[in-house]
Design a protein around this ligand. Structure first.
Ligand code: EPZ
Length: 440
């Protein structure tokens, strides 16, 4: 990654310091990015509470305002008044960095019977097709065409008719998108081999509070009885289980008594069981977990699976803990084989880590040292933050925009735990430097 391609912000961390205290988990990124498009299905304002101040939320606010929604967002409470929303083309330029904007396809199709949305962007996790989304829309009676060159998907349905849809692969996004398109389709739609993530339950809860009839969310079979109208409602979002898992990894790696608050144990059972297998000592309460300081953790292997298995989004954050603790072990990501953007950067920090046949292998404990590293995606960025907190010396992380997309107030939260961390706007710092040099 050459300098000019890097964004102008960077995170600087002086590592090797023990962290203590309490950190509160924010609302779930992978829920809010679906709840916001879902809100346009209502004919009245929808109020969402506990909303994280992450850049993905602001990107979606921008898109909703362009579509004609009225938005009010303060102190974590987001009000979306969809009464002025029109089904206008959403250019890929507006959504490129935000894969989850594909939820506007299902929401606009469900509300207006038509959608024109630029193909989604998102993290560099390898090919991320949306063929299962399209299969679902077509099963409901929609026609889907993508105009070559403009990267648009044009989706049209004179009327949406219920269908039984078997998902060839378990897909969070496709399950949610089909739910959004089906809530007002005539008849009862059945999604078989549905994804079971907690965020899917959260979206179904919002839809049902708006007057929809969605049954079985969280199981592998979801039934949706179409209704004609959806009204406004107020909804509190679930906590972000991936943010929680990230702070549990930080607590296990460099904590001396860190309590993670606003975390639901049942959302992280497979992850917590892996930490316990390593020997991490924890006190687990109804909505908080205290991680006690740890010595001599054990080697473990990790394999990611759809929920309730070990989350793919947590394989990158747990890696520095494995490197520091027991050193040996391997990770296999069965969801995204290419989710290895953090590996070369961790090697730059002295990690004994390599990739062989889609397996991430650690051969021995690593003494991590500070370095200049680049975040390639959201969770790779989180992995680098954790490695930097462990490492001796100073680490500079570039492309921090990825991290700020999914971790609400991460600088403030880690500073409150005692970390020496700062977000530096290299552009202004360059200008500052220039002023000093010119003596202005
Ligand atoms: C969601 O992405 C999450 N993003 C991802 O979190 C998460 O890693 C992923 O689910 C898996 O849990 C949001 O919720 C916004 P999928 P999504 O459809 O819905 C393949 C993060 O870091 N597939 O469940 O895009 C796909 O390529 C992000 O917060 C198809 O082949 O993931 C992948 O291999 C990263 N065709 C697998 O299915 C399709 O039409 C699972 O993808 C759709 C998916």
């Amino acid at each position: 990654m050459i300098e000019s391609e890097m964004s102008m912000n960077k995170i600087v961390i002086h590592g090797g310091r023990p962290l203590t205290g309490n950190v509160t988990v924010s609302g779930a990124k992978n829920s809010i990015v679906a709840l916001m498009p879902a809100s346009i299905l209502a004919d009245e304002p929808v109020v969402l509470e506990g909303i994280p101040e992450i850049s993905d939320v602001y990107s979606l606010i921008n898109i909703l305002q362009i579509m004609g929604a009225k938005i009010y967002f303060a102190k974590g409470v987001l009000t979306i008044d969809p009464r002025g929303v029109k089904s206008i083309p959403i250019p890929s330029g507006k959504i490129n960095s935000l894969r989850a904007s594909y939820y506007f396809m299902g929401a606009l199709l469900g509300k207006f019977g038509k959608a024109e949305v630029g193909l989604p962007g998102g993290c560099n996790l390898g090919p991320r097709p949306i063929d299962l989304h399209i299969k679902g829309f077509e099963a409901l009676g929609a026609s889907v065409s993508d105009d070559k060159g403009v990267m648009y998907l044009r989706i049209r349905a004179t009327n949406l008719v219920a269908s039984r849809i078997f998902m060839d692969m378990v897909s969070v996004g496709a399950t949610i998108n089909i739910m959004l398109a089906a809530v007002k389709a005539k008849g009862t739609t059945v999604i078989e081999n549905a994804a079971r993530e907690p965020e899917i339950i959260d979206v179904a809860t919002l839809l049902n509070n708006m007057g929809a009839k969605v049954y079985g969310a969280g199981t592998n079979e979801i039934r949706i009885e179409g209704v004609s109208k959806l009204h406004g409602t107020r909804h509190s979002i679930i906590p972000d289980r991936i943010e929680a898992g990230t702070y549990l990894a930080i607590a296990a790696a460099v904590g001396e008594g860190v309590t993670v608050e606003n975390v639901l144990y049942e959302h992280l059972e497979s992850y917590i069981s892996k930490l316990e297998e390593m020997g991490v000592q924890m006190t687990i309460r109804e909505d908080s977990i205290t991680v006690h300081s740890n010595q001599n953790l054990k080697k473990v292997n990790v394999k990611t699976y759809p929920y309730p298995g070990f989350a793919t989004d947590l394989q990158q954050p747990i890696t520095p803990l494995l490197l520091k603790s027991c050193g040996q072990g391997e990770l296999i990501d069965t969801i995204y084989e290419c989710r290895i953007g953090h590996v070369p950067e961790l090697k730059r920090m002295g990690a004994n880590i390599r990739v062989k046949d889609n397996r991430i292998i650690m051969d021995s404990t690593s003494e991590l040292v500070g370095a200049e590293v680049v975040a390639s995606d959201l969770r790779a960025g989180a992995s680098l933050v954790i490695a930097a907190l462990i490492a001796k010396g100073v680490t500079t992380i570039y492309n921090v925009e990825f991290i700020l997309r999914g971790y609400d107030r991460i600088i403030e939260k880690l500073t409150n735990l005692g970390a020496d961390i700062a977000l530096v706007d290299t552009e202004s710092s360059c200008k500052e430097k220039a002023k000093i040099e010119e003596g202005r």
